[in-house]
Structure formats: structure tokens, C-alpha cells
Design a protein. Structure first.
Length: 293
């Protein structure tokens, strides 16, 4: 064997050895992956994400996928001649939009299930309505009525724990209902956070369209690789974080405060970002953890 070929093989072995302590640490632990953004609309990236999650399952993790479908929902809304409308990052959801959203999310859900099954792992796709998984109430944005948008009030975690116990990979669509069984669209970040807290997940990973958290998004030198819950709250209160990152930070700190060991914000546009964050010493995104760790 040529020296160059041997060097390449040794590098592959080193990667596996570097991953070993993480595999040992998180064996049989639950990890919730919120999957959305541009990575969902790119077929190649979509396959990579599903491969990553499937690999986590095969090396002993207990992953749960919570997916969005915003871009696809907007595309279908445009097909019926409607203009997508957002308030503070939340989709204004009238009755017709709610019907389209549930249809599209169901289609996305089964597509992801098919990809997982194709890789030899058994997956079950469910919505938050199944088994009363995600119970919610009507959500308002700064006091404004934005339609059929729900805020999670209760998670029936037994649905997911039973599936994990039976060795299935759950794929969750963020649709729920209230006490009157009215259907609501739930922000996928909110759904993933609520699920992670309810199942006492070891990790919660948000796959997004940004590399992580910056003090100043326009200055890439201000990237923050690690944050405690208190540091994240200080950033929020300082007013330097805005836009779509603000609700993500609130979800991250809330999850940490309620027992999730680690929360990650990762750029889902980068191939295998999930594996690189979890299985390498360096990591590539922003990691949140409890104070004092």
C-alpha cells in the first residue's frame, strides 16, 4: 500500500477515535433535532441531514426529528394566489393557510420518513395531533391576532418515549390542537424546544441558515462558539440580538434552564454540520450549556 493511501486511512481512523468518547457519553441518550431552513429545500443537503441523524441512531443515540416546512408552505400558498404574511417571524395563518400548512407538513413528514427507511432505520412520522402529543393554545404576537398559530402548553411525551423504546425514529410535524380540538400551526423551533424539555433530552440541535450566534452579525469576528444560559440571557437583554435569532436564543436558554444538557445552533447548509458539532473536539456552531459547567 502506498504511503499516501496509508496516511488517508490513518486520518479516517483518527476521526473515529476522536468520536469514540462522544459515542460512549451519549449512548442511549435522547437528542432532538429541529430541521428546517434552506437545508430542507436542497435535495442533497436534505439527504445529508437524514444520513447524519440515521448515523446517530445506529451508533446508539435516540434521535427525534422535529421538522418545519416554511418555504414549501409559502410556495403552495402562492399557488392558490395568496401572499405569505409574517409578524415577528410568525406566519399569519388564516383558515385556508392552516389547511395548506397541514397538508404540506404532512407531505414533508412522510418524505423524511421514506428517506430514513431507505437507510435501513425504522421511522414513524406523526403530527402533534397524534396521541395528543402537542397540546396548545392560541398564540398572539405582541397582542396581535395572527390566526391559527399555537403556543405549546403540554407535551404528551409518552407517545415519543414509547416509540423510542420500540426502536423507532420519530419524525414530528409541528401541528397541534387546543382543548376544543381546533388545529393550530406551531413554530417548529417552539415545538422542538417543548419536546426536548418534556423528554429530558441530552441535546437539542437547531439546524438553521446561520453559522451560530454573533454579537454583531455583520462582523464575523464576533462569532460566539460557547454560551452559558446566563450569558445568553445577558445578550438578549442587551438588545444586540435581533430578528429571527432572538426567539431561538430564548428557546435555547429556556431548554437549558429546564434540564436539557446541551443546545446547539448549527448551519444546516454545511454538509454534516450535526456530526461535526457532536463528534469533534472543536465543533462548528454555537453550544449553550448550564452556568458553571
Amino acid at each position: 500500500m502506498q504511503t499516501k493511501e496509508m496516511d488517508e486511512l490513518l486520518k479516517k481512523a483518527e476521526v473515529l477515535i476522536e468520536a469514540l468518547p462522544y459515542i460512549q457519553k451519549f449512548n442511549r441518550k435522547i437528542i432532538v433535532v429541529k430541521y428546517g431552513g434552506s437545508a430542507m429545500s436542497n435535495p442533497e443537503l436534505q439527504k445529508n441531514v437524514i444520513k447524519d441523524v440515521t448515523l446517530l441512531k445506529l451508533v446508539g443515540f435516540k434521535p427525534i426529528i422535529v421538522h418545519g416546512g416554511g418555504k414549501e408552505i409559502s410556495r403552495w400558498i402562492a399557488k392558490v394566489g395568496k401572499e405569505p404574511e409574517f409578524v415577528n417571524g410568525l406566519r399569519v395563518t388564516d383558515e385556508e393557510t392552516m389547511e395548506i400548512a397541514e397538508m404540506v407538513l404532512g407531505k414533508v413528514n412522510k418524505s423524511l420518513v421514506s428517506m430514513v427507511e431507505e437507510l435501513g432505520v425504522h421511522a414513524i412520522g406523526i403530527s402533534g395531533k397524534d396521541g395528543g402529543l402537542l397540546q396548545c393554545e392560541k398564540k398572539y404576537s405582541d397582542g396581535k391576532d395572527i390566526g391559527f398559530v399555537g403556543n405549546v402548553t403540554k407535551v404528551n411525551e409518552k407517545v415519543l418515549l414509547d416509540l423510542l423504546e420500540k426502536d423507532f425514529l420519530p419524525v414530528v410535524s409541528p401541528i397541534g390542537f387546543d382543548d376544543n380540538y381546533t388545529t393550530y400551526n406551531i413554530n417548529a423551533d417552539d415545538a422542538a424546544c417543548a419536546i426536548a424539555k418534556a423528554v429530558k433530552a441530552e441535546k437539542l440541535a437547531f439546524l438553521t441558515d446561520v453559522e451560530g450566534v454573533y454579537k454583531d452579525f455583520n462582523d464575523k469576528s464576533t462569532f460566539i462558539s460557547r454560551l452559558t444560559a446566563s450569558e445568553a440571557e445577558a445578550l438578549i437583554n442587551s438588545g444586540v440580538i435581533g430578528g429571527g435569532m432572538l426567539p431561538k436564543l430564548n428557546n435555547c436558554t429556556s431548554a437549558i434552564r429546564e434540564g436539557v444538557s446541551r443546545v446547539h445552533i448549527l448551519d444546516g447548509r454545511n454538509p454534516h454540520s450535526l456530526l461535526l458539532e457532536i463528534f469533534t473536539n472543536q465543533g462548528i456552531g454555537t453550544c449553550f450549556h448550564a452556568d458553571g459547567e
